[in-house]
Design a protein around this ligand. Sequence first.
Ligand SMILES: Nc1ncnc2c1ncn2[C@@H]1O[C@H](COP(=O)(O)OP(=O)(O)OP(=O)(O)O)[C@@H](O)[C@H]1O
Length: 252
Amino acid sequence: MAGTILYLENVTVSFDGFKAVDSLNTYVKYGELRFLIGPNGAGKTTLLDVICGKVKPATGRVVFKEDIDIGSKQEYEIVQLGIGRKFQAPSVFGNLTVFENLELAIQKERGIWASLFGKLTSEQRDKIFAILETIGQLEKAHEKAETLSHGEKQWLEIGMLLVQEPEMLLLDEPVAGMTKKETEKTGELLRAIAKDRSVLVVEHDMEFVRNFAEKVTVMHEGKILCEGSMEQVQSDPRVVEVYLGRGGDSHA
Ligand SMILES: Nc1ncnc2c1ncn2[C@@H]1O[C@H](COP(=O)(O)OP(=O)(O)OP(=O)(O)O)[C@@H](O)[C@H]1O
């Protein structure tokens, strides 16, 4: 399909016979900021796990870009193809500066030899500064990462993903634990990132979703319950029944 970066066709994931994802079909377009919502246990994280290669689907196809079937690829191959995943667990090194964390992310890309003996090229320095600007951390470049606020650490992690120049980013509850101001800033950041990349976000903070989602996918019991704009999905009685009406709105 023209303009499609990711296509999931009839994807099923079984854990000992239990279908965490059940015959699921969806597609994500280039430059889309997509939110994935739904009650606990709906299969949202498992779906991200499938896309990044952490979990292999029992059936179905996961097609990236034109025709790359990533369903059978290893996680590192999927990273190299251009899909970056941010996990909930923090991965910044507190005793290194913000700049050094990004430097390390670049050097990881270049392999062990470069990370032991390499110096940054001027292009790589420029790239780090451009990312620092994108994530709003230029002024903190030489501060130790442990001195950053929770929100700033999350933005640094997003920056460390941007080093790989992914075409698609997968984020699991990026604003969890953030202040209102940090949440707002994260929304702006994701919008900016999605201008020339696709971003898929699993989220429970409905105010955040309402403010920033272009398109929302609602999952329930491993299936897609409905998809559309936030207005469309929140007026769907099935979504109110299984999620929004049951406190999905207030889930942190
Ligand atoms: N490795 C696993 N082994 C067995 N069951 C699993 C495994 N991973 C997930 N599940 C189950 O699959 C279902 C879907 O889990 P998943 O974490 O994808 O849901 P979710 O929509 O992300 O939920 P939440 O909003 O609570 O994070 C749950 O019932 C969960 O217990």
